[in-house]
Design a protein around this ligand. Sequence first.
Ligand SMILES: O=c1ccn([C@@H]2O[C@H](COP(=O)(O)OP(=O)(O)O[C@H]3OC[C@@H](O)[C@H](O)[C@H]3O)[C@@H](O)[C@H]2O)c(=O)[nH]1
Length: 334
Amino acid sequence: MASNGDNNASAKPPPEPSPLRKAKFFQANMRILVTGGAGFIGSHLVDRLMQNEKNEVIVVDNYFTGSKDNLKQWFGHPRFELIRHDVTEPLLVEVDQIYHLACPASPIFYKYNPVKTIKTNVIGTLNMLGLAKRVGARILLTSTSEVYGDPLIHPQDESYWGNVNPIGVRSCYDEGKRVAETLMFDYHRQHGIEIRIARIFNTYGPRMNIDDGRVVSNFIAQAIRDEPLTVQLPGTQTRSFCYVSDMVDGLIRLMEGDNTGPINIGNPGEFTMLELAENVKELINPDVQIITVENTPDDPRQRKPDITKGKITTRMGTNDQIERWYSPYGGRFP
Ligand SMILES: O=c1ccn([C@@H]2O[C@H](COP(=O)(O)OP(=O)(O)O[C@H]3OC[C@@H](O)[C@H](O)[C@H]3O)[C@@H](O)[C@H]2O)c(=O)[nH]1
């Protein structure tokens, strides 16, 4: 829970919000920008925000990994707006809150164009902070458990600074998010911007792209296709998994609360990859095989061969078997 020391205090008062916020007789709706709102976590966040009649939601997305399909239930809704926009370009909108999620999050996607990934994290976050400053909005950054790099302590709490590598194949994302966090705190201290930082752990759930490459969707896809579940060696490595609705709860509570973060949002329990595979096997396809496969040598955390300019083919959440797999946990791992 604790953030990194007392040096987070802002030197300046926050920028003035829009005069509408202070209007005595006119209670305006809250205008909320969600970058990456067509993505897996983003679209669930939008669904939740739209449930509140006081919210107007503006989504920006470049659809690199996100999809309009995830938002189709809101098309034409008077409180909803969708803009095709890349956050590496400046954006002029009038909003009260910014949830800044835009960035590919699966290793195979963020490594597809690493230069673009780091631009998204650095220039994209700068643009959103510039916007927050101009309009006096509060901004929440979705950072990542990957800021801890290849951590030497388990579990990682927020005061841990990580064990990181600036030049690895995953650095475009890890280091990009680290710089994004730095920018958030510098804007906070230097310009008084109200910031929130969430460090997201491995999240799963409906609408996850089945070719996403992350372990939960991989195992489910393999189990459904009757292919062996590929546990990467050693198999005893652990991850903290989080169901997407829990993640959305956490993000909204962080935005609405007083703590700037960074705050880890995940599960206290960790699973080994072998346990996870056993779990998926038991629930989806008891006949499926579990095999161990090598990791690529250039990054001990690395798992899959690069995609060959892959395309999203299937979406999860429509298949009965997947629903069955999600629901026994009531959305959660035990
Ligand atoms: O088919 C597979 C895929 C992955 N794995 C293993 O599963 C573990 C998790 O790997 P994932 O690819 O799902 O992703 P990671 O947990 O490393 O990072 C991810 O989760 C945290 C997010 O913030 C990051 O954006 C995302 O990269 C690794 O130990 C990997 O070796 C398998 O055993 N088999």
